[in-house]
Design a protein around this ligand. Sequence first.
Ligand code: ADE
Length: 286
Amino acid sequence: MHWQALRCKALRAAAPTVALLMRECEYMRFDVLTLFPEIFSGYTSQSLVKLAIERGLIDVQLHNIRDWAAGRHRVVDDRPFGGGPGMVLKCPPVVECVEAVQRGDKPPVSDVEDGDVEDGDAVDNVVVDGRSTLEPGHLVMLTPQGRRLSQPVVEELAQHRRLVLLCGRYEGFDDRVRQLLHPDELSIGDYVLGGGEVAAMVVIDAVIRLIPGVLGHEQSAVDDSFSTADRWLESGQFTRPREYRGLQVPEVLLSGNHEEIARWRREQSLQKTRQRRADLLPPEGK
Ligand code: ADE
């Protein structure tokens, strides 16, 4: 475990006022509850996520919902009451998985032989006086019926120290999962995916860029399209060579005049937003 994560773990163990102390850490934790944890292996072992994990800025823990399913066959889905196509995810494994992960408990049936779940600090819990110091976190259910993800929603999610991301499959969850757990239901767009896993990756990817230390250059996240600075589209970027197939880099970017460059970028940004996404501008800006 990285020193940052260890420091946060030690802080949590030392103090009962966990929530307050956790704010002193930049560390953010993601727990993903899914029937297909393998989908995440390529994602978490590459690029920005990998770097953020190595730097101890984030932690991504995967939990297989099937580990909370009862019986030899560990059935997680069933036919919908009232008929209809497809299968529905059953309440017991999903609700019990969410509750256990939020408490910091391990699955009831260890899958160590299968190589699915490791022993040790896989759940990364710290118990003081018999009580878990792991905060339950903010529960997000990925579903096409949720509120639409946008940069302001990403900024809101980044305020949490722990996100628990619940991914559905098949025809979705038994509605009582929602009624019992009151998750923050999120959709990444008006289309239906095969499951919530890709949507969970989208959430993680967008949120971690806002954690200080994850991007090399902190201004990058502010300059991005839809960022806090303004909600306009970003102006075009250029790098070497100065000329390629007859196309020149705009002269102003080579001028070294930072005020001029900033003004040019703002104008470009406004123009692009007007042309492509006028809905992002206030009525007087259109
Ligand atoms: N699961 C299936 N489709 C989805 C969507 N558009 N957003 C979030 N989760 C989903």
